[in-house]
Design a protein around this ligand. Structure first.
Ligand SMILES: [Zn+2]
Ligand SMILES: [Zn+2]
Length: 340
């Protein structure tokens, strides 16, 4: 095996993509080395590119939608084996000793790490991951699908399954992009009356193919009226990164409805409080999930035939792939692929 590997790194805030050769890293205790097959490109990778994460240390290899297999098992790793297909997502491990960890709420660990931010991620042929950040990939799930499920997938899957909505409830997914196209599929397969909302009518037929029972043009004047005609949404999963559009959705909620925001728009939301009070409605964020949640996401996706739609790129096209993601031109997830 070569002792060198190819990686794409950012070496300063606002820096350009650099294709570099690095030493293949060795795992320490409690870690494994993953040989990477695929890594999805997430909008959050811009936190590394643009230096928007406080305290981030450069150079950094981003990437937290990793799918590959275990190549080397470090000391004191007991439950993972060489050759096992694994994913690594946003949740890059937890401390096991803080108050939240002691209650088993690892996602809220105050010392949690983020893959590709606190340590090098998946824009490389190999990476080191803590064993606590590993999700087992089901046997028949291809790497280019497993990758995007490790962040985009688990985020919307976990948001919906913990949203309080019950089978038969109206659940609207706002925005049909990397997150939204998966959100529609999960909402449908979890048994919700699924409403897809997007600007214009371009994606209406696609929304139907993904499983939406109803489609609403979110840019039309009567968008929330149309949602209320369906009884109002018990949950609106807001995936389009547009604060003004998200803010306007509150009026489409049913009583006790929840506006659930799993991805941050650049601007603050502007929401009138009276509709919240009068309908006992709420606005809530959602934070990704642990490695086990990611594993659940992959297993549910296989069980119910849910597939991310991806465009594949080789590592040397990383700049192009990233630009396509940023401009929203990707249908719907750009994935870096590595030679087998
Ligand atoms: Zn992400
Ligand atoms: Zn902790």
């Amino acid at each position: 095996m070569s002792t060198k590997m190819k990686a794409a790194q950012i070496s300063k805030a606002g820096g350009e993509w650099e294709l570099v050769e690095r030493n293949v890293p060795e795992p320490g205790a409690g870690q494994v080395r993953v040989k990477i097959d695929a890594c999805g490109i997430c909008h959050s990778d811009s936190l590394v590119k643009e230096g928007l994460w406080p305290g981030l240390q450069y150079p950094r290899v981003p990437g937290h939608e990793v799918a590959g297999f275990i190549d080397v098992v470090g000391d004191s790793v007991t439950s993972w084996t060489k050759g096992q297909p694994v994913g690594v997502g946003w949740h890059g491990g937890h401390c096991f000793v803080c108050e939240k960890c002691r209650r088993g709420d690892f996602a809220m660990c105050i010392n949690r790490k983020v893959t590709g931010i606190d340590f090098d991620g998946g824009y490389a042929e190999y990476m080191i991951a803590p064993a606590s950040a590993l999700a087992a990939i089901p046997e028949n799930l291809p790497a280019e699908e497993a990758g995007p499920l490790m962040c985009a997938g688990v985020t919307v899957f976990n948001a919906l399954r913990n949203s309080g909505a019950r089978a038969g409830d109206v659940v609207a997914v706002h925005g049909i992009g990397g997150l939204g196209h998966l959100g529609i599929q999960y909402a449908r397969q979890m048994g919700f009356k699924t409403v897809a909302m997007n600007r214009g009518r371009d994606k209406e037929s696609l929304a139907g193919k993904l499983g939406a029972h109803h489609y609403i043009d979110s840019s039309a004047d009567n968008a929330v009226v149309n949602l209320q005609k369906l009884g109002g949404a018990r949950v609106i999963l807001a995936t389009a990164p547009n604060a003004e559009a998200i803010s306007a959705l509150v009026d489409g909620l049913s009583a006790d409805g929840k506006l659930l925001v799993p991805a941050a728009p650049a601007d603050p939301l502007t929401i009138g409080v009276l509709p919240l009070i009068m309908g006992r409605r709420s606005v809530a964020g959602w934070y990704s999930g642990t490695a086990k949640d990611s594993q659940d996401t992959m297993e549910f996706s296989e069980l119910r035939g849910i597939h991310p739609m991806v465009e594949k790129y080789s590592l040397d096209r990383v700049a192009e792939a990233y630009e396509q993601m940023l401009s929203g031109k990707v249908r719907f997830r750009a994935v870096l692929m590595f030679g087998q």
